[in-house]
Ligand binder design. Structure first.
Ligand SMILES: [Zn+2]
Length: 328
């Protein structure tokens, strides 16, 4: 049976075939168009004989996200030729600089809050999303800081493109005055419309207002740590990841933070780090590490956590992002 991805790709190829034929018949015929047309036909033929998506060099699978981006790809990323590899490297460097330019300032102080984050991609580009946006609250007149930290499924350029998409959607809606749950419902619907099958993002977002109240929602993301009274509590997800079902519901919860109390957001690149014996660092160990470090300022706390993870991990397999929001 064909997978959903393959039938999606088949539809894409048939659509491209029709467009190429239209271009040919409108008199624009040239060698490049007819060469493309035979490539599309060859790809459809490979679908029929079952060899589609298999690298012609090593016979391993071609990366699915690359097929989704270009259904004519015939070799895996390890078997690109030299010019293709150089072109890919140039594209990645450009994508990386675009992505770095989207990041907020590392230190933000606003409305009685201190915010610091660190963002460490495992490769040239990252599928992690992090943003801090000074905004208005959902109540008239109040000001607030909007925060979001998320992790897009998959890796590489495809994931980084989805990250930039999330960035654009939250940037355009953060100041709309919409209640947080409605804002997430809208982002989810747009994300569902624009992503291909099987791509999604986990995300936690919060609106921290000048009164000390934080409204928070977690779309399938890892637990958030709450540091208060010398204790570390964790708050789990209360809804599905973004991009899974178009009519998702995103309930929020509210809490008030007092001076010196913090929330800690992070991606699985931290908690799922592995040591040389392939043991996972784990979420509860991260909670233990935070215990007793309540007094640290956000920048010192993120630096201490990152240093701890780096000492533990044999190597960095995944993007690491951590954000600390502290009152006072
Ligand atoms: Zn290969």
């Amino acid at each position: 049976m064909q997978t959903i991805t393959e039938s999606y790709l088949q539809t894409q190829l048939e659509e491209r075939r029709r467009r190429l034929e239209t271009a040919m018949s409108s008199g624009a015929a040239n060698g490049a168009i007819s060469a493309l047309l035979s490539e599309v036909d060859a790809a459809l033929e490979r679908m029929r004989d079952g060899s589609y998506g298999i690298c012609e060099e090593c016979h391993d699978s071609v990366e699915q996200e690359r097929l989704l981006a270009d259904p004519l790809v015939r070799v895996c990323i390890d078997h690109l030729n030299e010019p293709q590899r150089r072109a890919l490297e140039r594209d990645l460097e450009l994508a990386s600089s675009v992505q770095r330019a989207l990041l907020p300032p590392h230190d933000v102080r606003a409305d009685g809050w201190q915010i610091h984050y660190c963002y460490e991609p495992a490769g040239v580009v990252s599928g992690d999303y992090c943003d801090v946006i000074p905004s208005r609250g959902d109540d008239a007149g109040g000001s607030a800081v909007f925060l979001a930290l998320g992790d897009v499924s998959g890796k590489g350029v495809a994931a980084s493109l989805m990250m930039t998409q999330l960035h654009a959607m939250f940037r355009s809606l953060a100041n709309s005055g919409l209640p947080l749950s409605e804002l997430l419902e809208r982002v989810n619907r747009m994300f569902c419309e624009s992503t291909t099958a099987g791509q999604y993002a986990t995300l936690v977002c919060a609106r921290a207002s000048a009164s000390g109240v934080v409204e928070l929602s977690s779309a399938g993301h890892l637990p958030v740590f709450v540091l208060r009274d010398g204790e570390v509590r964790s708050l789990g997800a209360n809804s599905m990841p973004l991009g899974m079902f178009s009519d998702g519901d995103y309930p929020t919860q509210k809490m008030r933070l007092e001076t010196g109390e913090s929330l800690v957001f992070y991606t699985d690149g931290l908690s799922e780090s592995r040591d040389r014996s392939n043991r996972e660092y784990g979420f509860s160990r991260l909670g233990e590490f935070l215990r007793g470090r309540h007094a640290l300022a956000p920048d010192a706390l993120t630096a201490a956590c990152l240093a701890e993870i780096k000492e533990f991990a044999a190597m960095q397999h995944d993007d690491r992002t951590m954000l600390v929001l502290r009152r006072g």
